[in-house]
Design a protein around this ligand. Structure first.
Ligand SMILES: Cc1cc2nc3c(=O)[nH]c(=O)nc-3n(C[C@H](O)[C@H](O)[C@H](O)COP(=O)(O)OP(=O)(O)OC[C@H]3O[C@@H](n4cnc5c(N)ncnc54)[C@H](O)[C@@H]3O)c2cc1C
Length: 380
């Protein structure tokens, strides 16, 4: 593995860090109650080229390698997990699925504007009664001439309330099952779909999540994404890309938590000395740093495999599994180091602690990651 960056890559990451610190970090608390801040952030990052970084130039991207993209993701994730999640759902889930499976016309119409953040995308797999076991999904798409008619509902969809287009997984025909499912790009203009109100969440409150409802929703047949009946298998392959993203989400939270904890521990005094000088505090921070570096190596390994064009399913799952635990532990330690102040919303660690919990749930719960890793062991 070779993670050495060129001067151009270093310069890009430095500029991104400056942008994140100057324009996004100051609003990480306010974003929880103001979706316009999120929309402004997404547009700014689109203009900066972050959301299109890995896509080819002909789709408005920079053709960047997966390592640079991963390091850029980490920069944003440690600045604002909510913005990162929404950008990732738009370009890393919706955009990437269109990039891998779409026709040139679909890429022109949807990928380009999604990559530039002129359109906000979403990926709708989960349903009210089905999440981990997606093969049991029930949303239906029945062909009717030049259209498919979609009926059903989706749940917990990131960007649901603000999406301009949504990639939807639906059973094509009357019978269900993984081998009967297809993907559709449902445009804002398609009649018959609506979003529920933003769900009142524990964390990442700046990233709106909602149910989506499809009621006799008419989708042009040309919006079928990929081949009919192959949707389930193809979308599972596409998820690997942003599974590395969700690992970055958690690691970003871990890094931010450690920074906050160190800052506080060197200035807060107890028993006549900075609390950092109490071995129990500094040793906990030493352990967090060790775990952060271990998770970062797994993430870079996954990105490296991805970059080589190899199947990175196992590496992405391992990276997400470990990073999500490290993110949760790091935020927990940071709250503890802050004592009572850690429990108060004036301090960033209170928010990071709430945000961190999503890491073990979003884009496949940790149990599913263990299942994928265990399955892969039998193929070695
Ligand atoms: C903030 C947020 C944003 C999200 N964004 C999106 C999105 O953009 N698009 C989308 O499609 N979905 C999204 N989701 C949904 C998310 O992917 C699902 O919540 C997740 O996959 C789990 O599905 P579930 O909630 O139905 O849990 P279930 O599948 O019902 O699982 C519940 C629990 O059962 C246990 N369990 C389940 N299966 C197994 C097993 N095989 N072995 C052992 N234990 C098991 C686990 O403990 C698991 O946590 C989002 C969720 C949240 C909270």
């Amino acid at each position: 593995m070779d993670f050495e960056l060129s001067d151009v890559q270093e310069q890009y990451l430095k500029s991104l860090r400056e942008l994140c610190r100057a324009e996004i970090l100051p609003h990480t608390r306010a974003i929880e109650n103001d979706v316009e801040i999120l929309q402004r952030n997404l547009k700014r990052l689109g203009d900066f080229g972050l959301s299109s970084l890995v896509y080819p130039e002909k789709y408005g991207g920079s053709d960047a390698d997966a390592i640079t993209n991963t390091l850029a993701w980490l920069e944003l994730a440690q600045t604002c997990p909510s913005t990162f999640l929404s950008m990732g759902a738009s370009t890393g889930l919706c955009g990437y699925t269109i990039f891998k499976l779409g026709t040139e016309e679909q890429k022109e119409k949807y990928l380009k504007p999604v990559a530039r953040a002129e359109m906000i995308g979403a990926l709708a797999l989960t349903e009210p009664s089905v999440g981990s076991d997606l093969a049991a999904a029930k949303t239906k798409a029945i062909r009717d001439g030049d259209y498919y008619i979609l009926n059903g509902s989706k749940m917990f969809i990131t960007n649901g309330p603000i999406a301009d287009c949504v990639v939807v997984l639906a059973v094509t025909g009357e019978k269900g099952g993984a081998h009967r499912m297809s993907l559709f790009i449902v445009d804002k203009d398609c009649p018959g779909w609506s979003s529920g109100p933003p769900l009142d969440k524990m964390g990442v409150r700046g990233s709106p999540t909602s149910a989506l409802y499809f009621d006799e929703c008419r989708v042009p047949a040309e919006n079928l994404l990929g081949k009919e009946y192959e949707g389930f298998y193809r979308v599972m392959e596409c998820l690997t890309f942003f599974r590395i993203g969700m690992a970055c989400f958690s690691l970003g939270i871990a890094k931010a938590s450690l920074t906050e904890a160190i800052k506080y521990a060197v200035q807060r005094e107890a028993f006549g000395t900075a609390i950092y000088n109490h071995q129990d505090v500094s040793f906990r921070l030493a352990e967090v740093k060790t775990e952060i570096d271990a998770a970062e190596m797994l993430i870079l390994q996954a990105a490296w495999q991805f970059q080589l064009g190899n199947d990175a399913t196992r590496e992405a799952s391992m990276a997400k599994l470990l990073a999500s635990e490290v993110g949760k532990r790091a935020a927990d330690v940071a709250v503890q180091v802050h004592g009572g102040y850690g429990y108060i919303s004036d301090y960033r660690v209170e928010q990071l602690y709430r945000d961190a919990r999503l890491g073990e749930i979003g884009e496949g719960v940790s149990e599913v990651q263990r299942m994928l890793i265990a399955r892969s062991l039998l193929l070695d």
